[in-house]
Design a protein around this ligand. Structure first.
Ligand SMILES: [Zn+2]
Ligand SMILES: [Zn+2]
Length: 308
């Protein structure tokens, strides 16, 4: 049958928080892109996993976060450059729009302030504080988000033991061929990997990524579009077909702030249209991370209990 999973890294300014000069077009595209994406998902009746940065659940903040181990320096941008940019730092309304959408999206966690978990300087205390703060922010917000899935900022996987300790049950892992030998550009051109979720050593379900829908940009993209077609659209279609053929999972991801032009929206229309068509005609499933994680857990239950 085959399944498509779409995860969305919903972060507004936080995705660029540690960058000295964030790309201005993407920084400003976050809010409109969020709503456009919700409309597209409704139009094609596609549910997704929205991994939301915890700080966005807040209505406001003191700009210091004194209980956070990184209080002070890490939140400086909130007190300076972004002091008058609440639109980059808060989004309870946009999160409510996810919940109010026609399709049944999952709301997941993208940490509290986009700290990179796999970075060697991120201590276990910082990781725990990031997740606890995100859970608290979600709990105090007027949405009923019970977050079980985690998407690591920049896919920098780390501190999985802390995820398990706090009750999270699944995360998006890196795509299986990351780090494999061969020119990156060539790997990018082939059919993206079909993935199989599995239970890791911490009891969490890893739902690895297959394809970043905006991982082929700049001059290379323009050249390809001019000579052939949008290369990501053809690769996404190949991935959907492979999922159907192999009865596996094709897991794509993107950010709302990737939607900086009409061409980007057109790319998604073509990909989502293809998914909707294959669902209609070939029984392709569209599921959230939590749904495929729970299916993987059920499938593996006898194995896990047999081992213990
Ligand atoms: Zn703040
Ligand atoms: Zn992110």
């Amino acid at each position: 049958m085959g399944t498509v999973v779409i995860s969305v890294d919903a972060e507004l300014g936080w995705g660029f928080y540690d960058l000295p000069t964030p790309p201005p077009d993407r920084l400003e595209a976050g809010r409109d892109g969020w709503r456009t994406l919700l409309d597209l998902f409704d139009h094609y009746r596609i549910p997704a996993t929205w991994a939301v940065v915890g700080h966005l659940f807040l209505e406001g903040c003191d700009r210091t976060h004194p209980r956070h181990p990184l209080a002070g320096a890490w939140f400086e941008r909130e007190r300076t450059e972004w002091a008058h940019r609440p639109d980059l730092r808060f989004a309870p309304g946009l999160i409510q729009e996810i919940e109010a959408a026609d399709v049944d999206h999952e709301i997941g966690c993208h940490t509290f302030s986009h700290v990179l978990f796999g970075d060697g300087t991120t201590s276990v205390e910082v990781a725990r504080a990031e997740l606890v703060a995100a859970l608290e922010a979600a709990e105090n917000a007027p949405v009923s988000a019970e977050m079980t899935s985690v998407v690591f900022p920049r896919n920098s996987v780390g501190h999985r033991d802390v995820l398990a300790e706090l009750g999270f049950t699944c995360y998006r892992g890196v795509r299986p061929d990351t780090g494999s030998f061969g020119p990156k550009a060539l790997r990018k051109m082939g059919t993206p990997p079909i993935v199989r979720p599995y239970i890791d050593e911490f009891g969490l379900v890893n739902v690895p990524a297959s394809l970043y829908l905006f991982g082929f940009e700049g001059i290379a993209r323009r050249l390809c579009e001019w000579v052939w077609d949008d290369p990501i659209v053809s690769r996404a279609r190949a991935g959907v077909d492979a999922a159907l053929r192999e009865d596996g999972i094709f897991h794509v991801w993107l950010h709302p702030n990737n939607l900086t032009s009409d061409l980007d929206v057109e790319r998604l229309r073509r990909i989502f249209g293809y998914i909707a068509d294959r669902r209609e005609r070939h029984g392709l499933r569209v599921a959230t991370m939590a749904e495929v994680a729970s299916a993987a857990r059920t499938r593996s239950e006898p194995l896990v209990s047999g081992r213990s």
